[in-house]
Write a new protein. Structure first.
Length: 85
């Protein structure tokens, strides 16, 4: 699992994850759109993944979050260059 989308897909998709967290599917869609899982939901994601036999740890969540932030920064720089050209 390398992205938020990967995690959600491996746990059964938006509706399944929404049930796990006790939130609406639109909340999960927003997590995917933002490429970010709020920290308060990490324990539930980790527990669900481990129950499903998936390798998801706190360290992996941190790594996924850092990678997402790096992608966002890179994307913003690209947008800024395109705007100034």
């Amino acid at each position: 699992m390398k992205t938020v989308d990967d995690i959600i897909s491996k746990l059964g998709g938006n509706t399944a994850v929404a049930r796990i967290l006790g939130v609406g599917p639109s909340t999960i869609s927003e997590m995917k759109r933002r490429d970010s899982i709020p920290v308060e939901h990490w324990p539930a994601f980790i527990k669900a993944a481990q129950s499903a036999g998936k390798d998801l740890t706190l360290e992996r969540m941190v790594s996924i979050t850092k990678a997402a932030k790096k992608r966002k920064r890179s994307s913003k720089r690209t947008e800024q260059r395109e705007t100034t050209q």
